[in-house]
Design a protein around this ligand. Structure first.
Ligand code: PMP
Length: 412
């Protein structure tokens, strides 16, 4: 493990050494698409390979040694994820395939608490996976969707909460961090609003989770979703934290094996949480990888990592502002912001910018980033996004800025 004692002796080379991709790709590899997926850390990759090649068996059902070991490892992974997010108990963590699955589960199960005419309050900054499941749920029960708008700086206008809340608001669903602007949402304020009307608060933590351990209890939310592949683990597993008293009362999502207590041809009774929400064979190897990543990340010096990420973000913002024709979307400062930036370049389509940046070894993303309402509110169709993770370095930022200057010189 790298030594990361903070106060300037931040061992970035050691940290990068924990991510096999960098040795595999060589020096001309500047990965700035971390908001789409993070690179896998060694601990997670080893956990995945170890399970699949040495210790593979299904969980929750076998009585032989290997199956028992797999079940224990799966439950240990759940406990490690619970530790990273500050859950009171491991049983509050449901293993899902990712944030999308987690939010669909939340919307489907919370439907049971909705009546026709009830309201679901979203925000304009949501990823489609925190919009569409609520539209589907709302249509099923006849609930109405409302959304908190943006301020002119691209942050949420939480002063509008008082107008948007009503006695019919049953759910508030919001992102902890925008995947387009990086703006961090004041979850405490939403939690207070939710409490004031007896609503449930669902938080999409996909973009916040990779930037350090969490305390879901202190946040004051009721459900919290994240994706393992963005948290430096494998693709295929994520998690949904559900406050235990709420989990007890929610009905299942998918039906099938391992989520039941008793099944007859006419009807079934269900297992307690979290198993009630985990029908069928879970993504075992990916869950073990997520547990290993969570445990490894929990041991890092996040004060030093935050300072490092903020330094890179400052340089990126300053460099982008200095390139003619580049316009930043959302907040211009680094306060209450994850290290990711979206921008447009006058006269050049975001896809073209990304393709040209690739010729400089720079990986960025162009498009609407599954956030069309947010782009519409910002007055653009699409944007280029550069997103920083703990292992990025100055060379990554300079490669992006140099490449972009060249692109603008050639095309704008
Ligand atoms: N929410 C946010 C804020 C995201 O950035 C993403 C991934 N781009 C998702 C949800 C969906 O995550 P996944 O595809 O891992 O389910």
């Amino acid at each position: 493990m790298p030594t990361m004692a903070g106060r300037g002796d931040f061992d970035l080379a050691g940290l990068r050494g924990e991510f096999p991709i960098f040795a595999a790709q060589g020096p001309r590899f500047h990965y700035l698409d971390n908001a789409a997926t993070g690179q896998i850390c060694r601990a997670a990759a080893e956990a995945l390979i170890d399970f699949e090649t040495r210790a593979r068996a299904n969980v929750k059902r076998g009585v032989y040694r290997l199956a028992d070991e797999a079940t224990r490892a799966f439950e240990e992974a759940r406990a490690r994820i619970a530790g990273y997010i500050g859950a009171r108990e491991a049983a509050e963590v449901v293993i899902t395939s990712g944030t999308t699955h987690a939010l669909n589960l939340a919307a489907h199960c919370l439907c049971a608490r909705l009546r026709p005419g009830d309201e679901i309050l979203l925000t304009t900054a949501e990823h489609h996976s925190n919009i569409v499941p609520w539209q589907l749920a709302g249509a099923r029960v006849g609930a109405t969707i409302r959304a908190i708008p943006l301020q002119t700086d691209g942050r949420l206008d939480l002063d509008r909460l008082a107008d948007l809340l009503s006695a019919r608001t049953r759910v508030i669903a919001a992102t902890h961090c925008s995947n387009v602007t990086g703006a961090i949402t004041d979850i405490g304020r939403l939690a207070e609003a939710a409490r004031s009307v007896g609503a449930v608060l669902v938080v999409d933590g996909a973009q916040r989770a990779p930037h350090g351990p969490l305390d879901v209890q202190a946040l004051g939310c009721d459900l919290y979703a994240l994706s393992g592949h963005k948290l430096f683990a494998a693709t295929g597993a994520g998690a949904l934290w559900i406050r235990s008293d709420l989990a007890q009362e929610l009905p299942p999502f998918l039906g099938g094996g391992e989520m039941i207590r008793r099944v007859s041809i006419e009807s079934s009774t269900f297992a307690p949480p979290p198993h009630r929400f985990e029908a069928g064979t879970p993504p075992i190897g990916a869950a073990l990888a997520l547990g290993a990543a969570a445990a490894w990340l929990s041991g890092l010096d996040w004060e030093a990592i935050h300072a490092h990420e903020q330094r890179l973000l400052e340089r990126l913002l300053a460099g982008l502002k200095a390139i003619p024709g580049v316009r930043l979307l959302g907040p211009e400062g680094t306060q209450a912001r994850a290290p990711l930036v979206s921008f447009v370049v006058d006269g050049i389509h975001p896809h073209d910018v990304c393709q040209l940046l690739d010729t400089f070894g720079v990986c960025t993303r162009g498009g609407h980033h599954c956030a069309q309402p947010l782009h519409e509110a910002l007055g653009v169709e699409a944007s280029v996004r550069a997103s920083i993770a703990l292992y990025n370095d100055e060379a990554d930022i300079e490669a992006l800025l140099d490449g972009l200057e060249e692109v603008v010189r050639r095309l704008a």
